[in-house]
Write a protein that binds this ligand. Sequence first.
Ligand code: CA2
Length: 149
Amino acid sequence: MTCTVYLLNGPNLNLLGKRQTEIYGNTTLADIEASCSTLGTELSLSVRSLQSNCEGQLVTWIQEARDYGAAIVINPGAYSHTSIAILDALKAFEGPVIEVHISNVHARESFRHDSFVSLRADGIIVGCGVQGYDLAMRRVAKILADGQS
Ligand code: CA2
């Protein structure tokens, strides 16, 4: 059966490609979701793409992934730096979790340097632009394939 990757994006990432293009680039979230889905097909993974500006909704989807997801690729946006609720939900998820940040958060304001989500993440991709999502999908595929052998 095909494994499902939950591709979760947090607050304001729906604005990608529309504002602050000097930091986040011109690619839209729809572009990212489409390219992860295409790559997923190549990697024999199905992708469920979801974005919310609300912390509780992200927690609910992470809980849903416990039943229907094999892995999570998540850019929690600013909630990375604040949300113990998202960390706790991810701790209850048993599959691989890869955290993505489009920008190099370590070269930005100090409040972006720490992420609660990183305490649970199996891998963290930072500052690779939107290619980070592609890298995260490939990492998830490798972890899942290794786990099945
Ligand atoms: O670099 C990343 O991917 C971030 O997760 C993006 C978050 C930021 O709070 C994190 O520190 C790092 C912000 C996402 C906001 O995205 C926008 C995109 C276009 C226009 C406005 C905001």
